[in-house]
Design a protein around this ligand. Structure first.
Ligand code: T46
Length: 139
């Protein structure tokens, strides 16, 4: 399976009153949305994530403030700032993720392709690297 990290632009409906972004299932979102959660009130210096998923696609949108997301496909590690509610970061496939540098007002909203399932988490980095290797052999 190919692992990808891509930006998705969300249409902004702006008028004299301000801005609005609407997200609808299967409309510009390349997976069925089965769960939405958001991370907020993150304390200074905290780092979250530090895991990958066996079978989960997620779209991360920073709806307020800013934070840093580091993604790692097993060979390349890239850090990005999320600070725009009109732009989502799509994580698909075997991607290790870490989030830090949260501003005090940060609200990180995540749309997910499946309900919460602890057994889908890969929390050991060595195991993640092994799975990436096996995956590469089969593709
Ligand atoms: C991810 C990054 C971006 C639930 O009960 N339901 C849920 O849907 C989620 C996501 C979490 N939880 C519970 C499980 C833990 O007791 O909330 C607690 C904190 O979750 P976690 O430590 O996994 O949070 P993060 O910020 O490290 O990771 C989360 C997601 O779990 C993960 O899938 O990709 O955000």
């Amino acid at each position: 399976m190919k692992s990808t990290v891509t930006w998705i632009e969300l249409a902004k409906h702006g008028d004299a009153r301000g801005s609005l972004v609407a997200i609808e299932n299967q409309r510009g979102i390349p997976f069925d949305i089965h769960r939405v959660y958001f991370i907020f009130d993150t304390l200074p210096g905290v780092s979250r994530g530090h895991h990958a998923h066996h079978d989960l696609t997620q779209l991360m949108i920073c709806t307020a403030g800013h934070c840093k997301v580091t993604v790692d496909d097993g060979s390349t590690r890239t850090s990005m700032t999320l600070d725009d509610p009109c732009r989502g970061l799509l994580l698909d496939g075997l991607i290790w993720r870490e989030m830090d540098d949260f501003s005090p007002d940060c609200v990180l909203m995540v749309l997910a392709s499946a309900p919460y399932d602890e057994t889908d988490y890969i929390r050991d980095y060595a195991e993640f690297q092994q799975l990436v290797k096996v995956d590469a052999q089969h593709s």
